[in-house]
Write a protein that binds this ligand. Structure first.
Ligand code: WQD
Length: 341
């Protein structure tokens, strides 16, 4: 099949492109490169030895999007494109609402014009807000606590209303827990802009000397060692989950949400120890105050995805740390050109 991958140059998008190409699909990537680099797509071609079309465009450009659908015989869409920084969304809510909501609406309108009604949507565990119910099931109460999470929740609601208006649509809402790691080649990986917000790229940047020490946001939570517990999932497991969801939407109609997590939680200090094993040296850290908005514990109940998608995460925390480190040590500046002094 020919799959349109929006945001395909990004972290999860690029890893999903690898799995799509390896599975024999054709892909077309559309990305505005705001948070990504064309180099990641060059690396996807290098890993798979398969070429594919790339459209440097914003999904808000309806005319450009129409041309893509007119020229490319698209069968389905995997929609990653969107702004995703929680802290930034608090400071720029209208930017986030406009970009994430309007781009999805334009995408679905153009899909409808061309009769393409199979969609896999990149949602997030942030739609569960600060729930204390763990393991988190898809039926858990949805209450986002920041504009970024609210855009994901609102898009889920928009897509449910779209299906109610037209039962030909087939949509999978994939709620990611904490994606980490990298392709085993070390050619693609997580390449955050500026100082990382998330734990694992922060740790690997400390390990390569780009940052002095890890700040651990609180050690007074009611957890195994007082630090926050999360469900870390290898990005390759996550990518493979998208192919299973694609199979599902190609063979069914309706809207279904799926948790993509391992079902196991690890604390910050457990993750740090796993990285020290992978890297072979200690990582300096300091305990600081809790980060506003953090929950103590979050991990998935992934049984619905296992039951309905025949998917489950296979890689371990040590796999995640090994692969994340392999990417970082071979790409000190991520995809950015090496700075020639
Ligand atoms: C993980 C743990 C922190 C950084 C975020 C987004 C969510 C989703 C996944 C997109 C927590 C601790 C972190 C640091 C630390 N992204 N931490 N020092 O907050 O679970 O989820 O990423 O959908 O939307 O909110 O991930 O990696 O930021 O934090 O101690 O420098 O690491 O307190 O316990 P989070 P995270």
């Amino acid at each position: 099949m020919r799959i349109l991958v929006t945001g395909g140059a990004g972290f999860i998008g690029s890893h999903t492109c690898v799995e799509l190409l390896n599975a024999g699909h054709d892909i077309v990537v559309i990305d505005n490169l705001l948070n990504s680099h064309t180099e990641s797509l060059n690396r996807v071609r290098e890993i798979t030895d398969v070429s594919f079309d790339f459209e440097h465009a914003n999904l808000l450009d309806r005319d450009k999007l129409r041309i893509v659908f007119a020229e490319q015989n698209i069968d389905a869409v995997i929609h990653f494109a969107g702004l995703k920084a929680v802290a930034e969304s608090v400071g720029k809510p209208l930017y986030y609402y406009h970009n994430n909501l309007a781009s999805t609406i334009v995408l679905c309108e153009v899909m409808g014009e061309y009769g393409i009604k199979n969609l896999v949507f990149s949602s997030s565990a942030t739609v569960y807000g600060q729930t204390n119910q763990v393991p988190i099931k898809e039926e858990t109460n949805l209450v986002a606590t920041n504009p970024y999470g609210r855009t994901k929740l609102m898009i889920e609601e928009i897509l449910r209303d779209l299906y109610i208006s037209d039962n030909e649509w087939s949509i999978a809402l994939l709620r990611y827990f904490n994606p980490v790691g990298a392709h085993s080649s070390g050619l693609i990986g997580e390449d955050p802009n500026g100082i990382p917000n998330n734990l694992t790229p922060y740790i690997t940047q400390v390990a390569v000397g780009k940052l002095p020490e890890l700040k651990v946001f609180g050690n007074d939570y009611d957890t195994i060692d007082g630090t926050g517990v999360r469900d870390y999932i290898h990005v390759v497991d996550l990518a493979k989950g998208h192919l299973k969801a694609l199979d599902k939407v190609m063979n069914n109609t309706g809207v279904e949400a799926y948790n993509l997590g391992t079902g196991k939680g690890y604390s910050v200090l457990e993750v740090l120890s796993a990285f020290e094993r992978a890297i072979g040296k200690t990582i300096p850290y300091k305990i600081v105050d809790r980060r506003h908005g953090d929950v103590a514990v979050s991990y998935a109940d992934p049984l619905k995805a296992k039951r309905e998608l025949n998917w489950e995460a296979e890689k371990s925390l040590d796999d995640m740390c090994r692969d994340a480190w392999n990417w970082q040590k071979n790409n000190i500046n991520g995809f950015k050109e090496e700075v020639i002094k």
